[in-house]
Structures are given as structure tokens and as C-alpha cells.
Design a binder for this molecule. Structure first.
Ligand code: AMP
Ligand code: TRP
Length: 333
């Protein structure tokens, strides 16, 4: 490790990842990887707050690791690891549970949303999810956490927990701060532009999966919900559907938003949909090609996961040893 500051982020291995994940998270990760000591985790222990099929989960974890690399993260330069391989996450999560108030957890928007959607499985893990997330972050002396806007609340809670621990005991934890992109932090659903694009949406037309093929991407964009005007203008409040398309075109091509508005002045929505679809197809093509190549190479993936585990565990173990000592526990007699 160099004296660069540490950046940490995580993604759940939920099977399908979308261009929302890419624009809100991965894109930043790739752009920031040279600037910081970066640690990226496939957070499978978070995924089991919902019941997962074991075979499917195993395959989703490998898919996610392969996809991170395909998106441009360098496994040599960064630590890429699977959360469950480093037991220290569970140990610190427990310790942080004891520093977190029920009221804080009950207030979390993600907990409320997920509980409302799965009324028959509101488990303790779902409630304590942000404590495990805080453990992920605090184990690695993290300074920066690049995430989409929906994670802001969890990061704020992580800071509160770290602060409380530092006050109750000693200054052990580094205070992390989020990096949230100015554009792209919230990509909206193609079917309901007032809601976040989400891979768990029942309507598959609402999201673009990173592995969707050309025809499917074109079809989904053509069906995107817009408005009844005929005016291509970026106005998220009054024209959320059109603004979402403009934003995606901007992010995929680096064309400034005003230039897109000028280029499409007087044109129909169909043209914008088609151009946006084409730009996303072009963006995803090399990622998809690389993904398929990596995903088939089981030996390569296993090596990445094992190396990531060793590198992550060395840091995590050191933190746990310090935390234990601070609170009066010890790993030895
Ligand atoms: P998740 O898919 O919920 O595990 O999220 C993984 C990362 O992608 C987090 O940093 C999220 O904030 C980000 N993310 C998820 N959905 C979107 C979206 N629709 N727009 C922007 N970022 C997103
Ligand atoms: N909760 C995050 C999400 O749903 C995933 C996550 C888990 C994470 N641990 C993290 C993100 C630590 C950043 C840092 O997107």
C-alpha cells in the first residue's frame, strides 16, 4: 500500500446489474482507481438478507467479479474481493451493532422500502444491514466511498456510528465521506421516470441490464415512457423521462447536455430514443465482450478472489486486532 488515501465500495451480487449501477457506481470506480488505494467488494453477506438460491448466489458472485473487471477495474492494482471470504466483516458488524440505536436503523429508507416489499421476511439482518455496511467501510480505514445517491443515508449513519465508537472508546476509525456523482447518481426507470432504475423491478422493460443484447436494448429504449409534448429539453422536474434519456446519452458519449438539446432541437422523441440506445449499445459492447471472456475462465476468477481475500484480510485483521484491544478483548489468552 502507498500513502494514497483509501477508497472502498461494494456491490451486491444480485444477478443482474444495470446501467444505473454503472453510471452511479462502477463508472466512478473506474475513473478513481488511479487516484486512491481502491478496495472493491462483492457484498454477498448483504445479499442474503433476502433468501437466495445457493447455486444461483454462487454463480451471481462470479458474474459480479467478472463484470467489475470487464467494466475496467484492474485486479492487479486494486483489491477486488468477496465479502464473505473475510470473516472480520461479521466480527466488526457485531461490535458496531452494539453502537447503533434501533431508532437509527428503523429510519433507514432502504429498510422501509425493502420491508414494505417483503412483508413476510422482515429479518434482523435487513434491519442491521447498515451496520454490516459500516463494518465494510471502517475495516479498511476508508476515506472515500463512491456510491449512487440512494446510499447517502447509509454512509451518514456509518459516520455517526464511527463517531460514537471513537467517542465511547478511542479514535480508532477514520471518518469516511461519500463521493456521489453530480450527474448519474440516480438513473431513473425507463417505465416510470419518477422511480429509480432498479434490477429488482418486476417490469424488465424498466431497466437496461449490462448484459442485455443489442435488440433488447433498442426495444427497451423504444418503449421508454416520455411525455406528451414534443420538446427535447433537460428538465428533470417537468420532463423526467426525456431528461433521463438525455442524461444517459450525455453520460455515454460525454456530449454536454446543452449540446444534446441543440442537436435534437425540433426532432421527435423517436430519434432521441434511438440515438440513446445506440450510444448505450456502443458503451456496453466492449464490456460485454470482455465479460464473456473472463466469466468462462474459472481459474482466472478463482485466482482473483483468492488474492483479493488475502490482501483484504491482512488489513481487516489488523483493524479487528486494534478494535479488540480498544474495547478490552483479545484474540489471544
Ligand atoms: P445496488 O444495486 O443497490 O447494490 O447498488 C450498487 C451501487 O449502484 C450503489 O452505489 C448504488 O447507489 C448504485 N445504483 C443503483 N441503482 C442506481 C441508479 N438507478 N442510478 C444510479 N446509481 C445506482
Ligand atoms: N448497500 C450498498 C448498496 O446496496 C452496497 C454496499 C455494501 C456498500 N457495503 C458497502 C457500498 C460499502 C459502499 C460501501 O448499494
Amino acid at each position: 500500500m502507498t500513502n494514497k488515501k483509501t477508497l472502498f465500495s461494494g456491490i451486491q451480487p444480485s444477478g443482474l446489474l444495470t446501467i444505473g449501477n454503472y453510471m452511479g457506481a462502477f463508472r466512478q470506480w473506474v475513473n478513481l482507481q488511479n487516484q486512491y488505494n481502491c478496495i472493491f467488494s462483492v457484498v454477498d453477506l448483504h445479499a442474503i438478507t433476502a433468501i437466495q438460491d445457493p447455486q444461483q448466489l454462487k454463480s451471481n458472485i462470479l458474474d459480479s467479479v467478472a463484470l467489475l473487471i470487464a467494466c475496467g477495474l484492474e485486479p492487479e492494482q486494486n483489491i477486488i474481493f468477496v465479502q464473505s471470504t473475510v470473516y472480520e466483516h461479521c466480527v466488526l458488524a457485531w461490535i458496531l451493532n452494539c453502537q447503533t440505536f434501533m431508532g437509527e436503523l428503523n429510519r433507514m429508507t432502504q429498510f422501509k422500502d425493502k420491508s414494505a416489499k417483503n412483508k413476510d421476511n422482515i429479518n434482523l439482518g435487513l434491519l442491521a444491514y447498515p451496520c454490516l455496511q459500516a463494518a465494510d467501510i471502517l475495516l479498511y480505514n476508508t476515506s472515500f466511498i463512491p456510491v449512487g445517491a440512494d446510499q447517502k443515508q447509509h454512509i451518514e449513519l456509518c459516520r455517526d456510528i464511527a463517531n460514537r465508537f471513537n467517542k465511547n472508546y478511542e479514535e480508532v476509525f477514520t471518518m469516511p465521506q461519500p463521493i456521489i456523482p453530480t450527474v448519474g447518481a440516480k438513473i431513473m426507470s425507463l417505465q416510470n421516470p419518477l422511480a429509480k432504475m432498479s434490477k429488482s423491478d418486476n417490469n424488465t422493460n424498466s431497466y437496461i441490464g449490462l448484459l442485455d443484447n443489442t435488440d433488447l436494448i433498442m426495444k427497451k429504449f423504444k418503449r421508454a415512457v416520455t411525455d406528451s409534448e414534443a420538446n427535447i429539453k433537460f428538465d428533470e422536474e417537468h420532463k423526467p423521462g426525456i431528461s433521463n434519456l438525455i442524461k444517459l446519452l450525455h453520460l455515454a458519449t460525454d456530449t454536454p447536455i446543452e449540446e444534446i438539446e441543440d442537436n435534437f432541437y425540433g426532432k421527435g422523441y423517436g430519434v432521441l430514443k434511438e440515438k440513446t440506445a445506440e450510444s448505450i449499445i456502443e458503451l456496453l459492447k466492449p464490456i460485454q465482450d470482455k465479460y464473456h471472456q473472463i466469466r468462462e475462465d474459472q481459474t482466472y476468477l478463482s485466482k482473483i478472489i483468492d488474492t483479493g481475500k488475502d490482501k483484504a484480510q491482512a488489513i481487516a485483521h489488523d483493524t479487528i486486532t486494534r478494535v479488540y484491544k480498544t474495547i478490552g478483548l483479545s484474540l489471544t489468552g
